[in-house]
Design a binder for this molecule. Structure first.
Ligand code: SF4
Ligand code: MSK
Length: 670
């Protein structure tokens, strides 16, 4: 390895094995960091190296016009109109892209929803088997969710209510008819529109299965009809599986409230046992938190020469343990390999989703023990500690013990110095309390600030990172421009981690980056202009917050009336597509960067980006440039303000090069 550089956000995330620069190495303010040549000789490679080896990428795949849904294919459509315009079965470009897109939504919804199902199992364990280590932490939230699910809670024990809530939640997955109950949290007008279109989910598993059926060879050949089911599946995720995961996690592990933390690879410790937990399900990480504080294991760590046990997170698991315990985040999805390359990680503990299969090979070059924990997600070459809700604490203890025993095997370490403070934990309950206090807790103050124009609108900026574009840059550039234009930003997932690393999630960042109105509100309340709301499943918190804004009044009757917009600037996962579609189907204008694999059909693209608006109130846009993305979102917010009659004095501040340079000059020193 010849060069590692630190990007302008001080993220320590620019490892470049071959010393190549290009997309990952051309950021201003880079500082070289010493890396030993032995890693390259040992064959260490990262996601950026492999991404480069994939270029040029298959154009058919990028445009979404290849199909291998049956063995008469694979087939592809010539996007230039010269070659084949139909697959062997006669499928057109729009049928092929719609089927592929529908299947991405189904896969994303399945991932979030299977996570939700596991949380429901954990809640059942807490209710019926307290010896499992799980317990109800937020009884108030339990009662609230019980009410939504129609579970009686008056004069009943917490355990009995929890068991019935878990049972009711589990039933939603297999429900066959009717409507899933959580859609009732949406504004009435929105529910009515879903009913008109016949897209209210009947049951979570049913909608995923039906999408797979409809898109198999020879079934649904109408791209608009496929996308009606696309919306229904996506809604079964946002208002179903993801919402169950979030709400039940809050019951079990506590509803987040503002908490301080630190982020970036610099949180790895030189003299403690580093356990990195990576993936998505807090059922595991919560137990690791307890095990890392176990007196016997701490004594063992000292015996092995370490000063303690340092539990840190990567990806959404990181967001979960940050929000509930203030534990540090080592990085987002593209930093999982970089954490190992520091040589300071005794154990990389993974469960499900966003875990790179490259890890075992990489770990072989270091002393890091890669440990899989889920029966659903095994990796050849990893040590497997099967985790289940029944043996949760015992497994967590074994994992931490394994990590401690590995400490003496540590070789040279090279931990980047960068880390950044942040404040996280802005659940919709926390936002209510923060803005209104104990007695006035509601969304009225937020709506008042929007109506008065201090806050122009609200943007959800979420999603992954993608090695096709410079790491974190689009997230950070977009969010900076939004807050400079008085748009309050709510974030989840890896996008939240990106902006936290850039220093946007401390209250002081309001003075440095936000427009005058937003800065004034942040100063009064003591909050950052960019709110960290959690992990990918916690996008459901944003749905509830939007519904609360409608219910608070003054901003129209539906989510689609609100001056809000969404974006996933560096998305990569199918889960992001499911999230995008449920935001759009809930009435939100949503922009994706890094392309969308539907561009091979103009008809289909038009359906997503134009026709969706008249049906659903929300629509898609695709824009890779962060500056133009900000423009689209702000223009949309302005359009909604105008429709509400609150547009006076709220023109968008156009950022020329000079202004962007000024903004860059405000960067804190790395
Ligand atoms: Fe080709 Fe049609 Fe089969 Fe797809 S379903 S692979 S387009 S023949
Ligand atoms: S972890 S889905 S890379 S946000 Fe939720 Fe990050 Fe995207 Fe995975």
């Amino acid at each position: 390895m010849t060069g590692q550089s630190v990007d302008e956000y001080g993220s320590g995330n620019q490892v470049d094995i071959e010393g190549r620069q290009g997309t990952q190495g051309d950021m201003p303010g880079e500082k070289p960091v010493n890396i030993t040549a032995q890693f390259r000789q040992a064959g260490v490679e990262t996601v950026w190296d492999r991404s480069e080896l994939q270029t040029p990428r298959c154009g058919f795949g990028e445009l979404g016009v290849c199909c291998r849904n049956c063995n008469m294919g694979p087939c592809r459509i010539d996007p230039f109109g010269e070659g084949a315009q139909r697959g062997v079965c006669g499928a057109t470009a729009e049928i092929i892209v719609a089927r592929n897109f529908g299947r991405m939504i189904a896969a994303g919804a399945a991932a979030h929803s299977d996570h939700g199902r596991d949380v429901a199992h954990a809640l059942m364990q807490a209710a019926r088997h307290p010896e499992s280590g799980y317990a109800v932490k937020d009884a108030g939230k339990l009662r609230k969710v019980a009410k939504t699910l129609g579970v009686a809670f008056e004069n009943r024990t917490t355990a009995d209510v929890a068991a019935d809530v878990a049972q009711a939640a589990l039933a939603i997955f297999g429900q066959q008819e009717g409507e899933i109950p959580l859609v009732r949290l949406a504004p009435e007008t929105r529910q009515a529109q879903w009913r008109r279109l016949n897209i209210v989910p009947r049951g979570i598993d049913r909608e995923v299965v039906e999408m797979m059926h409809r898109t198999t060879m020879g079934v649904d050949h109408d791209h608009r009809n496929i996308m009606l089911q696309g919306s229904r599946v996506a809604l079964s995720d946002g208002w179903g599986g993801s919402m169950i995961a979030t709400e039940l996690q809050d019951i079990l592990f506590g509803t987040p409230s503002p908490v301080r933390g630190r982020v970036n690879l610099g949180v790895l410790s030189r003299d403690e046992v580093n356990v990195v937990v990576h993936g998505h399900e807090p059922a595991l990480s919560e137990m690791l938190v307890v095990a890392a504080r176990d007196g016997e294991l701490l004594a063992l760590a000292k015996e092995k020469g370490a000063k303690g046990i340092n539990l840190v997170g990567i990806c959404c698991t990181a967001n979960e343990i940050l929000l509930r315990h203030g534990l540090p985040i080592a990085g987002n999805v593209l930093q999982q390999e970089l954490a190992v390359i520091t040589g300071a990680v005794e154990a990389m503990v993974v469960d499900v989703q966003c875990i790179m299969p490259s890890l075992p090979e990489l770990c072989k070059c270091f002393h890091t023990r890669l440990m899989t924990t889920s029966s659903k997600g095994r990796i050849e070459g990893a040590f497997h500690h099967e985790f289940s809700e029944e043996n949760a604490y015992q497994t967590a203890r074994e994992i931490v013990q394994d990590a401690v025993m590995n400490f003496p095997n540590r070789g040279a370490v090279d931990i980047p110095g960068e880390s950044m403070d942040l404040v996280a934990g802005f659940s919709h309950e926390a936002i209510t309390y923060m803005l209104g206090g104990t007695f006035r807790g509601s969304y009225h103050p937020l709506n008042d600030n929007i109506i008065s124009g201090r806050i122009r609108g609200v943007a959800g900026v979420v999603g992954c990172c993608n090695p096709k574009v410079p790491h974190d840059r689009s997230h950070v550039d977009l969010v900076k421009e939004l807050i400079a234009n008085d748009v309050l930003v709510v974030q989840t997932g890896c996008s939240a981690i990106a902006c936290a690393k850039a220093g946007l999630m401390v209250p002081e960042s309001a003075e440095r980056y936000a427009g005058k109105g937003l800065a004034e509100v942040c100063r009064t309340v003591g909050m950052p202009p960019v709110l960290h709301s959690g992990s990918c499943v916690d996008n459901s918190r944003i749905l509830i917050a939007l519904s609360e804004m409608v219910k608070a009044g003054g901003l129209g009757n539906d989510i689609s009336d609100l001056p809000v917009a969404g974006a996933a600037p560096e998305w990569m996962s199918e889960k992001a597509v499911a999230i995008g579609q449920y935001f759009v189907a809930s009435g939100v204008f949503t922009v994706f960067g890094v392309g969308l694999p539907v561009m091979g059909s103009e008809l289909f693209l038009r359906h997503l980006c134009v026709e969706h608006e008249s049906m659903l109130g929300g629509k898609w846009a695709v824009e890779p440039d962060a500056h133009r993305m900000a423009g689209l979102m702000i223009d949309h917010i302005n359009k909604k303000r105008k429709a509400l009659g609150i547009d006076q004095g709220r023109e968008r501040v156009l950022f020329d090069m000079e202004m962007r340079r000024e903004l860059a000059a405000k960067e804190p020193a790395a």
